[in-house]
Design a protein around this ligand. Structure first.
Ligand code: CP
Length: 303
């Protein structure tokens, strides 16, 4: 039976994640060797409920569930009875009545996935809630860095861009810190991470030689970002472009959670250049989520 809610906090056990990363890497290698099916969730029923748009999280969860042999039900909320005025809470209770073993939920409201678990009593994996958290993005991000660098202790990561509207920066910086990484933050005034520790703020992204990772973030236009200053001003002062990439360390890598606003927070040259591991990062979403589902289902502990 699955354990409950995935919440990344500062108190978590690094070994729990390291075991998950080892399994994700094992699964990745098995795919590379041509073995994709790992039927550890046969007989398990999962429901995916995305109240907010998604490509990567939704498709990689569904793929992960199917490669693990689970029975998968995707609720198309655009065609659901919420359009007829049913409350989302009633929709949740209704769906839960069809006996899923786990649910994967994304919602624009902070705390909605946790509330869904409390209301239904069914284990829920948080696939992103408002500006608060995106724990499985953190898993795939730190897994990608662990795969690349091995020991992450003391490695430096710079989160760049629209930090105040980003749930990714909250979750990924927490997990990166748990692995001993030094997190730094660079954003325009007004888009700062509110709880960034003293000394972690970087004024400009014009000298990136100190960092192992530059993590560019999407400007969250749908969450109200973007009115504060012009696109041109942002591009000039903060966009990750070829000139700024040229200041990076030889071994430095570029990440982005995607979807990318190409040309706005990152140029094509930076996104597709030799330092970018963005598409590898996306692929790892499948393997990290397979390892997570397996671990939660087999009772590997909630966190
Ligand atoms: N990174 C991420 O969550 O992408 P989607 O919104 O496409 O799922």
């Amino acid at each position: 039976m699955a354990n409950g809610f995935l919440q990344i906090t500062d108190n978590n056990d690094r070994n729990w994640y390291t075991a998950l990363f080892s399994r994700a890497l094992e699964i990745r290698h098995s795919f590379e060797a041509g073995r994709k099916f790992h039927p550890s969730l046969e007989g398990v029923m999962l429901i995916n409920l995305f109240f907010e748009p998604s490509t990567r999280t939704r498709v990689s969860f569904e793929s992960a569930e199917k490669f693990l042999g689970a029975t998968v039900l995707n609720v198309n909320l655009q065609d659901s009875s919420t359009a007829k005025g049913e409350t989302e809470e009633d929709t949740l209770k209704c769906v839960a009545g069809y006996m899923p073993d786990m649910m994967v939920i994304r919602h624009k409201r902070e705390g909605f996935p946790r509330m869904a678990q409390d209301v239904t009593g069914i284990p829920v994996i948080n696939a992103g809630d408002g500006k608060a958290c995106h724990p499985t993005q953190a898993l795939l991000d730190v897994f990608t860095l662990w795969e690349r660098f091995g020991d992450l202790e003391g490695r430096k990561i710079l989160f760049l861009g629209n930090l105040s509207h980003s749930r990714v920066v909250n979750s990924t910086s927490r997990l990166a810190s748990l692995f001993g990484m030094q997190c730094h933050y660079c954003s325009p005034p007004g888009w700062q991470k509110q709880d960034a520790p003293q000394g972690s703020i970087v004024e400009t992204p014009d000298n990136l030689g100190d960092y192992d990772v530059i993590y560019a973030l999407r400007i969250q236009f749908e969450r109200g970002a973007g009115d504060e200053f012009s696109k041109e001003e942002y591009q000039q002062r903060y966009r990750l472009d070829e000139k700024r990439v040229a200041t990076m360390a030889d071994h430095g890598v570029i990440m982005h959670p995607a979807p990318m606003n190409r040309g706005v927070e990152i140029t094509d040259g930076a996104a597709d250049g030799e330092k970018s591991i963005i598409f590898h990062q996306m692929e790892n979403g499948l393997f990290a989520r397979m390892a997570l589902l397996e671990k939660l289902w087999m009772g590997g502990g909630s966190c």
